[in-house]
Design a protein around this ligand. Structure first.
Ligand SMILES: Nc1ncnc2c1ncn2[C@@H]1O[C@H](COP(=O)(O)OP(=O)(O)OP(=O)(O)O)[C@@H](O)[C@H]1O
Ligand SMILES: [Mg+2]
Length: 448
């Protein structure tokens, strides 16, 4: 039974022009002890929205007087707090993705799987009942996103918004900017908070074990499979899977992952049956995924599936306002942990920090303050205690300088491998662990 706060019955509006579907859905919803209002056109739907207190909307895509997507967009204007989901034709991934981008929180495809629908409705109403609009965002461990800059405030607003949705979110940002923290918050303040949050570093699993790590295996399905294994997807059932460094997934796994996301079901290695999987997919990377799509090492279709909502976590050097808020907080934590008096930063140390460009972002700030406290006299941190890496801070020269160095090395490696393999590209690619397409791209890019 799904109850709203104060034990009132929740009301669901269903918009569809097929009477059969309206009947089926209203019976299902009423059995869940919900009120159900139906509408056969968008206009009916809009009128019902205005005349009733609705807690959740489900709308078909093609209606006599317009498109379900228009309804989703309309809802965002006047009823942005009410969740809306769309009913899509089977396999119409494009439409589903569009709806999620417009603000729908989820979709069901036809023919409607009633179990799936029940879960979707339960989740949506649970969000309604819980007040998510907390001012201070913090995860279960009490960690919060610190900062007052516009960039951080926008980030917090976005996190609250996407926490309600079931859409896949891709989190981009330099190393140490807080991507994992963002992912945890999305999970912890959303309706899946009571279920597992499982982060997995895609770059750390050996390629040949990946399928079994992700999807599990049956006992005896290969040498070493001495018992059944659940796999990451099924361990995250009902919750969230964070695919960290998703750009490192080998191509064969990208294909499999795409299938699982589309079918919402996994097949363990050595198993014959598909097992339905209700897992929200978050992903993160510090690399430029679009660049990887262009050079052929990341599938475009998967890119669009995991990147329905894109969150960019800004580097620390671009939000100077936050630097000392973070530094104060970190020093307080360290002092408490180590039972020390709260240290202070000398004026010179502050100036140095202000002009430092923090290639390792917040994590680097944490590390260097910890070191500085250890090196300091126990009262004041001097600029020498910071031991900053001396890198020129002129705008952008660092990044492009690094690119130049890497390009030269890469060019050298490829040239040598080509010569060794008598300019046979297939052999060269193999030796370098690249696909032929990647090699061609690099040859083109490096002007070889
Ligand atoms: N805005 C913030 N407020 C408070 N702590 C932060 C913030 N951003 C990052 N941190 C802290 O900085 C550290 C690094 O964050 P996190 O591990 O989420 O970074 P990441 O982007 O995933 O890094 P990587 O790319 O190296 O995996 C963590 O201890 C995290 O709690
Ligand atoms: Mg990380």
């Amino acid at each position: 039974m799904v109850l709203k706060a104060k034990n009132q019955k929740a009301t669901v509006l269903v918009i569809d022009d097929e009477q059969d579907i309206l009947d089926l859905l209203s019976i299902t919803l009423k059995r869940m002890d919900l009120n159900c209002i139906t509408a056969a056109t968008l206009e009916d739907g809009r009128n019902s929205m205005s005349a009733n207190t609705i807690d959740l909307c489900l709308t078909d895509m093609r209606l006599p007087d317009g498109d379900g997507l228009d309804f989703v967009a309309w809802m965002q204007k006047d009823f942005a707090h009410i969740p809306v989901a769309v009913i899509t034709a089977h396999g119409n991934v494009k439409a589903a993705v569009k709806a999620l981008k417009l603000g729908a929180f989820d979709f069901v495809s036809k023919p409607v799987d009633l179990n799936w629908l029940r879960k979707l409705v339960e989740t949506a109403i649970k969000i309604e009942a819980e007040d998510l609009a907390e001012e201070n965002l913090h995860d279960k461990k009490g960690k919060s996103i610190l900062g007052q800059s516009d960039a951080i405030n926008n980030l917090k607003t976005l996190i609250k918004k996407v926490a309600r949705s079931q859409a896949p979110v891709h989190i981009r940002g330099e190393s140490g900017t807080g991507k994992e923290l963002v992912a945890r918050l999305i999970h912890d303040i959303g309706p899946r908070a009571d279920q597992p949050f499982i982060p997995v570093n895609c770059g750390a699993i050996p390629s040949e074990l990946m399928e079994s790590e992700f999807f599990g295996h049956k006992k005896g399905s290969f040498t070493g499979a001495t018992s059944d294994k659940l796999g990451l997807f099924r361990s995250a059932e009902g919750g969230t899977l964070l695919l960290d460094e998703v750009g490192d997934l080998p191509l064969h796994m990208q294909v499999k992952l795409l299938r699982v996301i589309q079918e919402k079901a996994v097949r363990p290695v050595g198993g014959t049956e598909e097992i339905s999987a209700n897992v929200r997919i978050l992903s993160a990377t510090h690399k430029d995924l679009l660049e990887k799509v262009k050079d052929g090492s990341f599938r475009e279709d998967l890119y669009y599936r995991i990147n329905v909502i894109d969150i960019n976590v800004p580097p620390l050097r671009d939000r100077n306002d936050d630097l000392f808020i973070l530094a104060d907080h970190i020093m307080q934590r360290l002092a408490t942990e180590q039972g020390l008096k709260l240290p202070i930063l000398s004026e010179e140390a502050k100036t140095k920090l202000k002009h430092y460009h923090f290639p390792g972002n917040v994590r680097e700030l944490e590390n260097l303050l910890e070191r500085a406290i250890a090196l300091s006299d126990g009262q004041q941190i001097q600029s020498n205690d910071l031991m900053l890496r001396e890198i020129k801070t002129q705008s952008n020269t660092d990044a492009s300088g690094l690119h130049d160095i890497l390009n030269v090395q890469e060019k050298d490696l490829i040239e040598k491998a080509l010569a060794k393999n008598k300019y046979n590209k297939t052999k060269t690619a193999k030796e370098l662990g690249l696909t032929l397409r990647q090699l061609r791209y690099k040859i083109e890019k490096l002007g070889l």
